[in-house]
Design a protein around this ligand. Structure first.
Ligand code: 5GP
Length: 115
């Protein structure tokens, strides 16, 4: 797949507010936050979309959830609640084709979808 800005952030080639990194995933604050807490969690090994996911990606995808839980606790939003979003392809509004999970919280997030 083509390199993206998120690949550059994972490799430290593009500046970002990185809040967590390990051997499988990287988490950094969204440049245009939609909520008081808005963090993106990505697999270090890029996958374009959920439509490209294969069994070999399971370790990184599972890690994304344990890191989401850890960051939600650290950010103080675990108790009140938070939302995880993974947009996939055009109709979901995916902009960056390096699979990523949005971790959003810190205010009431309203209904899941606008009509
Ligand atoms: P998508 O719409 O693909 O699900 O979400 C892409 C997200 O990446 C958007 O929320 C956007 O604000 C964020 N984003 C785009 N470019 C950058 C960047 O260069 N740095 C950071 N930290 N976030 C970015």
């Amino acid at each position: 797949m083509a390199d993206t800005i998120f690949g550059k952030i994972v490799r430290g080639e593009l500046e970002a507010d990185v809040v967590y990194q390990d051997d499988l995933v990287t988490a950094f604050r969204d440049i245009q936050p939609k909520a008081p807490v808005h963090i993106l969690i990505v697999p270090n090994d890029p996958v374009e979309t959920v439509a490209h996911v294969e069994p070999r990606h399971e370790a990184a995808l599972g890690r994304m959830f344990t890191v989401a839980r850890k960051l939600a606790e650290e950010e103080g939003i675990a108790e009140d609640g938070f939302r995880l979003i993974v947009n996939t392809r055009d109709q979901a509004g995916q902009e960056v084709y390096h699979l990523h999970m949005h971790l959003l919280g810190g205010r009431s997030l309203g209904p899941m979808l606008s009509r």
